[in-house]
Design a protein around this ligand. Sequence first.
Ligand code: MEV
Length: 345
Amino acid sequence: MTTASAPGKIILFGEHAVVYGQPAIAVPVPQVRATAVITPAPHAGILLAAADFGQNVWWHKASPTHPLAAAVHALASQLTLAEQDQSLSHLTITVSSTIPVASGLGSGAAIAAALIRALALHLGRADLATPAAVSALTYEVERIHHGTPSGIDNTVVSYEQPVYFVRDLATAAPDILERLHTTGLSDLPAPALEPFAVGQPITLLIGYTGVAAPTKESVGDVRRQWLADAPAFNALFAACGRIAQQARHALAAGDTASLGRLMWDNHALLQEMTVSSAELDALVVAARTAGALGAKLSGGGRGGNMIALVTAETSAAVRHALLTAGAHTVLEMVLGRDWLSGLAE
Ligand code: MEV
């Protein structure tokens, strides 16, 4: 039996704009996790069992776009045909997750990453179980379900480290790159996958609206709006990028007041992109009224989660305000200094 898991994630700054080459900051949420267990079985083939999702499917019969089947295919693509024949059978892969689905916490990426890592380890392919390999293969699964993912979700859940991230547009999305240039946004930052410093531990509350909102839809809507009015959306993306850069400095300096302001500003830009919602706005306003230093939606938006920056003094009041304003759950996480020693290779 082989087990592997991957955490949820939240985007602190720069969601959506990151798809268009701007920097973003994301951190893992280790309290919620996806787990994959590989067990040898008497049956031929691979049984994919996901009790949490009410699903039991055979890999070879499932559509290649089935999320679990796609993860197995991603790993299989790295094996020779002989290896596939020999090893991809007589297995049950059981997947479970405590990450709410379609909530902006990266549930799909975490499930794929856990499955890919567990299967790679089970097959004795430690080279395919490294954070970089798992991230690259998870990205292939994300592409099927998200269309034009930036790659930040698979990166954070596979490395299980906070990251300052800029996608490599040249290789990942030549169509986006070309249009960004023809519509006037040519000075994009260089691709980056870097850890960042945290001068002062910060406490975040993650409030769940209870509204499931698939990232694919909000990403697709932003794309349609960008195609219709590229100059306006390029300006919004660039403003988000500047916020992510300033936030990186504020995090390093332990400047929580500036960090909070940047969160309000980022939320306002996301509202302009039309990816907020009445539920998200209600939670952000409740957090502000109850004394949070900053708050914003996190992830794809339209539902899912928001985050609020709190202190030891304001945490209880903000949590109460979020629950009163309609949050289904509120998770607390501390982003500390010691967690950030560097990206695992
Ligand atoms: C989703 O967690 C983050 C988005 O920016 C999409 C992406 O980066 O692929 C909305």
